[in-house]
Design a protein around this ligand. Structure first.
Ligand code: ADP
Length: 358
């Protein structure tokens, strides 16, 4: 069993509701084991600069209901360089940081794996509203951001109904359509557009015309931010224009953007964050590292980061030559099964959205 003097913790990449719960849970769990915790301010950039704060249960009191991240976040390309990494490792050595917990998305996990191979055992926690990490069914922040998105759409629905209007809402999620699909289902959108499924624009336009003819007043269309026109401009705005021109229905465009990153974290995000974070400390104490916490079929489990990152590339069709070389045929089959599971999830959600959206 490893005896750590200090565990460091950082949040990196895009912030997500529930990150503060992770911080609090790591601090409280470590303290209960007699291990100190040090917070790294501003993600990997803070590790390079040595921007650190001591964390105790007092410093994390009253943070669980706040979104954002009390440790702040950043994008830090320097961390991916050997020089940046050396400086980060020096910071750990100088400050007796024996292990790290790194909260973020796949970029953050790449950083955590590099740290592990430079002698600082690290564990990743999946914190991103996009739910775009293939290894895990769920990423901390998704539930809160969908609920915030749906509340905003509900507000739009009220006024759409009064004024016989349609609103195209562009939602977050990058290349992953989950936020769009859940939001569309939960708000009864008449159409939804996601990066993973081909969209039949003509059929959607006809549906909108038919629904208006049948007396439907207010309508919502949800488009994922990850859908683009061939020239790289957002498809959501183009679709709004085409609906206006081709249906005669008054159509407006709305982009909630980063407002859905805020808000009070939901019970789901708080409980999963707490469970993943406490288990991350357990793993480090057991001497394990280079793992990412995942939720699979309702259970919190840990997975090898290298496996998780390559499974992610496989799902996103971004495999590079040699990526699969160090994995066994069984592991490759497991990755394929994960890819199939994610594809099926999206198609199921899409089917539900299409069947109830009118
Ligand atoms: P996310 O973690 O949400 O995917 P990013 O992709 O921006 O967000 O990654 C967060 C940070 O992780 C980056 O700013 C960088 O410091 C670090 N990082 C990303 N890729 C690598 C890499 N290949 N090696 C080491 N660190 C990386």
């Amino acid at each position: 069993m490893a005896k750590f003097r200090k565990i460091g913790i950082l949040t990196s990449g895009g912030d997500a509701p529930g990150m503060n719960v992770c911080v609090k849970a790591v601090v409280n769990k470590a303290e209960s084991l007699g291990i100190d915790v040090i917070g790294v301010v501003g993600g990997y950039a803070g590790l390079i600069k040595g921007d650190l704060i001591d964390l105790t249960h007092k410093s994390v009191a009253n943070v669980i209901s706040q979104s954002g991240t009390m440790l702040y976040s950043s994008r830090c390309p320097e961390f991916a360089t050997e020089e940046g990494m050396q400086r980060a490792v020096e910071t750990c050595q100088k400050n007796n940081i024996d292990a790290m917990v790194c909260i973020g998305g796949d970029g953050t996990f790449r950083g955590a794996t590099d740290l592990t191979f430079h002698g600082i055992p690290s564990i990743g926690l999946p914190g991103t509203i996009d739910n775009d990490i293939t290894a895990t069914d769920y990423t901390i922040g998704l539930d809160t951001s969908i609920n915030t998105t749906v509340r905003m759409i509900d507000n739009l629905r009220d006024t759409c109904e009064s004024h016989e209007r349609l609103v195209v809402v562009e939602v977050m999620g990058r290349d992953c359509g989950q936020i769009a699909l859940y939001s569309a289902i939960a708000s009864g959108a008449v159409a939804v557009v996601v990066p993973e499924v081909p969209f039949d624009e003509a059929a959607a336009i006809q549906k909108i015309k038919d629904l208006r003819e049948a007396g439907k007043r207010g309508m919502i269309v949800v488009v994922s931010e990850g859908v683009f026109n061939p020239d790289g401009t957002p498809y959501s705005e183009t679709l709004t224009q085409r609906i206006k021109e081709q249906t005669g229905v008054e159509a407006k465009f709305y982009r909630p953007a980063h407002t859905v990153r805020g808000g009070v974290p939901t019970m789901k995000d708080r409980t999963i964050a707490a469970e993943m974070a406490t288990k991350a400390v357990d793993l480090l104490v057991e001497g394990k590292s280079n793992r990412v916490m995942c939720q699979i079929d309702g259970k919190v489990v840990d997975m090898d980061i290298a496996f998780a990152l390559i499974a992610d590339r496989m799902y996103k069709n971004k495999l590079k030559d040699g990526d699969l070389d160090k994995f066994t045929p069984e592991q490759i089959e497991e990755m394929k099964a994960l890819k199939a599971k994610r594809e099926e999830e999206i198609l199921n959600l899409y089917k539900v959205a299409s069947e109830i959206g009118f």
